[in-house]
Write a protein that binds this ligand. Structure first.
Ligand SMILES: Cc1cc2nc3c(=O)[nH]c(=O)nc-3n(C[C@H](O)[C@H](O)[C@H](O)COP(=O)(O)OP(=O)(O)OC[C@H]3O[C@@H](n4cnc5c(N)ncnc54)[C@H](O)[C@@H]3O)c2cc1C
Length: 325
């Protein structure tokens, strides 16, 4: 931003990446400004960094790459969408003051013993794992009013339970990996459109048996930890049934424009450069082929530095594909 030739245009929405007649070179983007006026911004190099989901939607709207078709298993754009599976164990004490309102978000403890291949999976019936963590995130009162099992959801008994437990409780959460599955994907919605008349993105997703078995196992380990704290009681909240967008779980969406070694099965190469349009780079968690048992943003940042370095030290010196297909 300190450079003279830098300009930030706020309140602008990019509608698509423009391509030349060959379809293999980006010529810029079309965007709408805050007054609703449409502009074409020419560019020699385009970097999509509009969040994992919007990156995929912009690729689809711009007709870059082949959209994934779950029936024929062909195409790459929208493929490998994945999410996380979470659960929690609330731990209630009679006389231990946990004072979670004092905590800061970064205070906490996480264990990795049940992540990935860090434990023996023999006989467990699932692959993968996740992390188990206990955080104190300020006990925000609108969000944080844990009550023991059997407490009514409203009324004076609920209020009494909130008062009795607010200062004497902590929560152990589990964040599990989600493997990509051929039936989970992103595409353009056939019915719904945005204010500009462009199709919205459609997300097709559900947990598989693997995720439920793995999450149940992680939740049982979290419950073991909770019981070992010698509380009055614990409350176990598992992630059961089908995926629902209604309760907040995480915002850790991954996949849809994945990184890979082969353009037949991936959207970008190892430098996040589009296989189809070499002067287009796509940065974000859409590059992850699977959702690991971790939150994504650290890896998104690392990948972005990695790709920026490749742009600066390789691409700008010799524009073109950085990896030969
Ligand atoms: C409530 C919440 C809690 C979270 N907690 C965690 C956590 O604990 N740990 C963790 O790792 N991650 C967490 N995340 C996820 C984290 O915020 C994302 O992984 C991260 O922000 C992704 O970075 P990004 O640069 O890819 O996208 P973003 O940070 O979303 O930036 C994308 C930008 O592009 C803009 N944009 C989108 N579409 C267009 C368009 N068409 N035209 C122009 N501009 C556009 C957006 O306005 C936005 O400014 C959380 C997210 C939320 C919402």
């Amino acid at each position: 931003m300190r450079k003279d030739n830098f300009e930030l245009r706020t309140e602008c929405e990019v509608l698509k990446v423009n391509l030349d007649s060959s379809g293999r070179q980006a010529t810029g983007v079309t965007y709408v400004d805050a007054q609703g006026q449409e502009w074409e911004q020419p560019a020699q190099l385009v970097i999509l960094c509009a969040f994992a989901l919007h990156n995929v939607r912009l690729l689809l709207l711009s007709e870059i790459g082949q959209p994934y078709d779950p029936d024929t298993q062909t195409g790459t754009v929208g493929k490998n969408y994945a999410y996380q599976i979470v659960s929690a164990v609330d731990v209630f004490f009679d006389d231990v003051l946990t004072n979670t309102f004092i905590g800061a978000g970064s205070l906490g403890m996480g264990i990795d013993e049940f992540n990935g291949d860090n434990f023996d999976h023999t006989g467990l019936g699932f692959i993968g794992g996740g992390y188990i963590a206990l955080w104190t995130t300020n006990g925000r009162p609108i969000e944080t009013h844990p009550t023991p099992e059997g407490t009514p959801k409203w009324g004076s008994k609920w209020k009494r339970a909130v008062v009795e437990n607010y200062l004497k409780q902590c929560a152990i959460s589990t964040h599990g990996a989600v493997m990509s599955h051929r039936g989970n994907y992103l595409d353009l919605d056939p019915s719904y459109r945005d204010v500009h008349g462009q199709p919205l993105m459609r997300l097709t997703f559900d947990y598989t048996d693997n995720e439920h078995r793995m999450s149940d196992y992680l939740t049982d380990r979290a419950a073991d930890i909770g019981r070992a704290m010698k509380p009055r009681e614990i409350k176990v909240s598992r992630r059961e049934g089908h995926y629902s967008t209604v309760p907040y779980q995480t915002t850790h969406n991954t996949g849809g424009a994945i990184m890979g070694a082969d353009p037949k099965s991936s959207v970008v190469n190892r430098y996040l450069q589009s296989w189809d349009v070499p002067n287009l780079f796509v940065m974000g968690a859409c590059a992850f082929p699977q959702n690991p048992g971790y939150n994504p943003t650290g890896t998104v940042g690392a990948l972005t530095y990695w790709a920026a370095d490749a742009i600066r030290n390789q691409y700008l010196k010799r524009p073109g594909p950085l990896v030969q297909a």
